[in-house]
Design a protein around this ligand. Structure first.
Ligand SMILES: Cc1ncc(COP(=O)(O)O)c(C=O)c1O
Length: 397
């Protein structure tokens, strides 16, 4: 008997989680591995958030189911947060609290896609978009962006891939894996294209407070009422408040779609974990501002320190990211120098021989890039880059 469904056989495991697991296995086996695969801040959750969670347990509030779509108090806190960072206040019916942003994305695809509907995904993309669209019976249509263009898509490219099946355009700014951040002008042009072509926008803003230097986060949903109406915003507490383990995401957008997504949540996850919801009420308050800024500025410091070192690695080409906490160097030349033509083999060799765990570009839709996270301490980062440099110099043929 064939045990597994065709459906699950067509889905890939998350590439980042698989790479992180391989690094952990090797470390557990006694190898000295510098792990740069991590997609999460390396800080503990800010203290006021912990305190709110503990209080909700102590008072018994966290013991019970909540509304499937999230606690009304949390929706209220999220609406106030939105007013602060997006400049508009959504109604409770326009907000869904989910078990992580990842599930919010999936519930969205399930809610808007009919079989064969197309979702335009700029590549390189975050690993889960592609498979989630397939899991919802949609068709992921990727648009290649280039390092030379700072990984930005253009309206001309969108026009080229548009078909009568195009339903959704996905935007992720700041981006995982490239760190690219769109400007207001760029988003206005992309948004106008979506309006003109009657395409929905899915805006994954999960890194919205992690921007560096002069760059600024601009929300496409804040640019006009028309854009707000067709945009579903995905956000959450994972990256901003160092709460990846708490699993709270948000979807904010059209009430009819939110209601459909809530129905899906009610039949699958039920409510997100109650204690995490109480913690998130505190996270969205301004009591956490100074903690968020401390983490952001630490990431920025690391970026400033690591960039020159990375630029010195032979065969690595890198543009300085404006946000998130990833570097996405093009390593085509380094692969050539070391005799590799597969990015997966090149990445495995770096792990096995140099003792540095990075994520191969394959899962992000790229055959000649690797992703390195700088959500780790500076010493480890510098050692990791030094090892990479020495390994390439030694292996060059
Ligand atoms: C771009 C992007 N969107 C969504 C998520 C999912 O976040 P969550 O931890 O809330 O599920 C991640 C996590 O890595 C991400 O990088």
């Amino acid at each position: 008997m064939k045990k597994l469904s065709n459906f699950v056989s067509s889905i890939a495991e998350s590439a980042t989680l698989a790479s992180a697991k391989r690094a952990k296995d090797l470390t557990a086996a006694g190898r000295d591995i510098i792990d740069l695969t991590l997609g999460q801040p390396d800080f503990v959750t800010p203290e006021p958030i912990d305190a709110a969670a503990i209080a909700s347990i102590k008072t018994g509030k966290a013991s019970f189911y909540t509304q499937a779509g999230g606690l009304p108090e949390l929706k209220k806190a999220a609406a106030a947060y939105w007013e602060r960072f997006y400049g508009y206040e959504p109604k409770a019916s326009e907000i869904l609290v989910t078990s992580g942003a990842k599930f919010a994305l999936y519930a969205y695809f399930l809610s808007v896609l009919d079989p064969g509907d197309e979702v335009i995904i700029p590549a390189p993309y975050w690993v889960s978009y592609f498979d989630q669209v397939k899991m919802a019976e949609g068709i992921p249509v990727t648009v290649e962006t280039r390092l030379e263009d700072h990984f930005k898509i253009t309206v001309e490219q969108l026009q080229e891939v548009k078909s009568d099946k195009t339903k959704v355009l996905l935007i992720n700014s700041p981006s995982n894996p490239t760190g690219m951040v769109y400007s207001k002008e760029e988003l206005l042009a992309i948004g106008q294209w979506a309006i003109d072509n009657d395409v929905l926008i899915l805006s994954d803003d999960i890194y919205h407070r992690l921007v560096y230097g002069k760059s600024e986060f601009v929300a496409i949903s804040s640019l006009s009422d028309e854009l707000r109406a067709r945009t579903m915003v995905i956000n959450g507490v994972s990256k901003t408040f160092s709460m990846t383990g708490w699993r709270i995401g948000l979807a904010v957008g059209d009430a009819e779609i939110i209601s459909a997504m809530t129905k899906i949540a009610s039949q699958t996850t039920s409510n997100p974990t109650a204690v995490s919801q109480y913690a998130s009420i505190e996270a969205f308050s301004d009591s956490t501002d100074s903690y968020v800024e401390t983490m952001r500025s630490e990431f920025e410091k690391r970026l400033e320190t690591i960039m020159p070192a990375l630029e010195n690695v032979p065969g690595f080409e890198v543009v300085k990211p404006d946000g998130a906490f990833y570097l996405f160097p093009k390593v085509a030349e380094a692969m050539r120098m070391t005799g590799y033509d597969s990015i997966d083999d090149f990445s495995s060799a770096i792990l096995e021989e140099a003792g540095v765990a990075i994520v191969s570009g394959t899962g992000f839709g790229s055959g000649d890039h690797i992703r390195m996270s700088y959500a780790t301490d500076l010493d480890s980062l510098m050692t990791g880059v030094k090892r990479l440099k020495e390994w390439i110099e030694k292996r060059s043929i």
